[in-house]
Design a protein around this ligand. Structure first.
Ligand code: ZN
Length: 135
């Protein structure tokens, strides 16, 4: 089986942030030479996550972050001594991986879909693993 593992760096600049990493994921697919297969994007952190959502109107990202922050407020009498329980909760809610089909050497995303790295306790230097399997 043709396979590759790529690690990319993501430098976040805000406490809470949504960063489009679609181009970086596609570059890893292109470099792998895999034409048909599966791409797994995995975030190895406990206060950051990955999701797929609209990449056309940036207001969607603004609304997305605003509403998630309302659902899980930063201060709410949490017990976790590090003081970032909200970030842990939001990361698990959004999840740490996405699986995307590769077809003809490209990510088989919908017209309006992009892959987003979600920062919930930045700013930090973060990592993302991209596993590509040809099949
Ligand atoms: Zn913590």
């Amino acid at each position: 089986m043709n396979q590759t593992l790529t690690e990319i760096s993501v430098r976040t600049s805000s406490h809470t942030e949504m960063i489009d990493i679609t181009r970086k994921v596609q570059e890893a697919v292109s470099r792998s030479g895999v034409k048909d297969g599966i791409c797994v994007v995995f975030v190895p952190h406990t206060t950051a996550a990955v999701t797929i959502n609209e990449n056309a109107d940036p207001d969607v990202q603004t609304d997305f972050m605003k509403e998630i922050n309302k659902i899980v407020p930063w201060e709410d009498g949490y017990r976790h001594m590090e003081g970032n329980s909200a970030a842990h909760l939001k990361a698990s809610m959004m999840g740490f991986s996405e699986t995307i089909i590769i077809s003809n050497g490209a990510l088989l995303l919908g017209t309006w879909q992009g892959v987003y790295f979600l920062e919930y306790d930045g700013a930090r230097n973060r990592r993302v693993y991209i596993k590509i399997l040809g099949c």
